[in-house]
Design a protein around this ligand. Structure first.
Ligand code: TXE
Length: 498
């Protein structure tokens, strides 16, 4: 690995974190040691919290909710805290990006872009805090007036994964805060640093004590206890479909807490013969390689018009070959390291399964030896059959499976042939084709002649087994509210007992 072209260096010793409870750092007693997936060097020490720590965090969040120190503020004051947070994030952008790279393995330039997106989330959340409102019914007759109030749900548990530790956090936290809720966050045990840092940033921005708490630890202990906690009113979970299912059971077996779920995806990118094939090839290469394909909205199924399939696959393979895979701290790296050993094994085993099931590797198809760390070459499979595991399962790595179609109907049918429905992308210059496909493919986010575009104004979430509910934008804030109908009688009651 070329160290000379790296502008940032690794920390001399791992940084030890506390956990964030009721507005202050609490020292850890026992720790997880995390090594940088790109370098194999120890970088952080994260507390293994106990269920008692979790209970203390839920109590703090409950107290902060009930004392109205947050929910009782005017929306404008909540917006002020969110805007100050955006300012502090702007100031600390490079530092947060650095810790994100060290724990996750993503390229530094990409990580900085994600912090910019997080800043935008806080700004949009601030607007939403001021604009959140209910409704009124002036149509119930002269004697009755109806108001629909939006009230915060209460204490929210937030469980986040390791693929976009800070981005996924910030697609939720500002909107939870805008609604007036308080929260306890359980980040992934391998990428907790930036979620913890957000605690001190929010405190500096003026967030009252107890509104944002972070308890670190494993999914099996802390995550499970949070999902089962009887004093948590809502839980937002982002992660695997399997754990999502256990979250639903835990909610049912405890207090029927409200749930938001963002789970897996097996997202199609559909390329029609009339598309700008060069643009579409660039988008397809990006869509599967961005964040090493460890991305819930990765476009992992290419569905291409048979008439242009060969030409397109050639263009795409040429693009994929040029992707710069390497040291995440290097400024020009486009694709970094695989985040965990387990995920690395999963991706490599799917590549072997694809080969074994008879699909053809056009490019990639193996690990890359860069001296240290885990890297995988962006991989394109052709000749993929619908029943193959690389066609059906979320691989969560840079592995793209290509299918061909002859008619628009067949393309739509292929796109919908999955249990998931998180995202889709269509490439066509024909407005009829683009609109028909956008309306018929069942996915929560759709991109026409673009991919992974958009900002936090737009809602995100999935159809089918990709989850429940929506995050971000005004839809995201509303998700963390309850609707209450208030009926007001005007004038004298029409008596029941005469
Ligand atoms: O996810 P987990 P993993 C998919 C992707 C990946 C697979 C496995 O396919 O290969 O999931 O990843 C916490 N109760 N996605 O094993 O286990 C855990 O500590 C409560 C897609 O890392 O679901 C972490 O904070 N919480 C996804 C979070 O859940 C539990 C992003 C996610 O971890 C828990 C990540 C439990 N019993 C993985 N067990 C996306 N949609 O973006 C674990 N956790």
């Amino acid at each position: 690995m070329d160290k000379t072209t790296r502008s940032l260096s690794l920390p001399e010793a791992p940084r030890e974190f506390g956990f964030w409870l009721d507005g202050v750092w609490e020292a850890g007693r026992d720790f997880f040691d995390r090594s940088s997936p790109g370098h194999g060097t120890p970088v952080t020490r994260i507390p293994k919290c106990t269920v008692d720590d979790l209970n203390a965090a839920v109590s703090a969040a409950r107290r902060a909710f009930e004392d109205r120190s947050w929910a009782g503020l005017p929306g404008a004051e909540r917006a002020g805290v969110l805007l100050r947070t955006a300012e502090i994030l702007r100031r600390r952008r490079d530092e947060i990006a650095y810790w994100e790279v060290l724990e996750n393995g993503k390229p530094i330039a990409q990580a900085r872009g994600e912090i910019d997106h997080a800043i935008a989330c806080f700004e949009v959340g601030a607007g939403a805090a001021r604009m959140l409102h209910g409704d009124s019914f002036n149509s119930l007759g002269d004697n009755l007036f109806g108001m629909v109030l939006r009230e915060p749900v209460g204490v929210v548990g937030l469980i986040t994964p390791w693929n976009f530790p800070f981005l996924i956090l910030c697609e939720r936290v500002p909107f939870i805060l805008a609604s007036g809720c308080t929260m306890v966050v359980k980040p992934s045990e391998v990428t907790s640093a930036t979620t913890l840092l957000l605690g001190e940033i929010l405190a500096e921005a003026g967030l009252p004590k107890g509104v944002y708490n972070v308890v670190t630890g494993s999914g099996r202990t802390i995550g499970q206890a949070l999902t089962e906690h009887p004093d948590v009113d809502m839980l937002s979970f982002t992660g695997s479909t399997g754990v999502g299912r256990s979250v639903v059971h835990a909610a049912a077996d405890s207090n029927f807490k409200k749930l938001g779920l963002e789970l897996g995806g097996k997202n199609p990118i559909m390329v029609f013969a009339d598309a700008d094939l060069e643009d579409a090839a660039d988008a397809a290469a990006f869509g599967i390689s961005f964040n090493t394909g460890q991305c819930c909205v990765s476009s992992s199924r290419l569905i291409v018009d048979r008439r242009v399939a060969l030409e397109f696959e050639k263009l795409l393979a040429a693009k994929m070959n040029k992707i710069v895979v390497g040291d995440p701290l290097h400024e020009t790296t486009q694709v970094g390291a695989i985040t965990t050993d387990a995920q690395n094994q999963t991706i490599l085993s799917y590549i072997e399964k694809g080969k074994g099931e008879g699909a053809r590797v056009v490019t990639g198809g193996s690990a890359l030896d860069l001296g240290r760390g885990s890297y995988i070459a962006p991989t394109l499979f052709t000749g993929v059959k619908r029943e193959m595991s690389i066609a059906r399962d979320e691989i969560f790595g840079p592995v793209l499976s290509s299918f061909q179609f002859e008619t628009v109907e067949e393309a739509i049918q292929l796109a919908n042939d999955t249990v998931y429905g998180l995202a889709a992308s269509v490439w066509s210059k024909n407005i009829d084709t683009a609109l028909t496909v956008s309306r018929r493919v069942r996915a929560g986010r759709f991109w026409v002649n673009c991919i992974m575009a958009g900002g936090p104004e737009m809602p995100l979430g999935g159809f089918k087994q990709s989850g429940w509910g929506r995050e971000a934008g005004i839809y995201g804030v509303e998700e963390y509210t309850q609707v209450k109908s208030v009926h007001v009688e005007i004038g004298k009651r029409n008596h029941w007992i005469k």
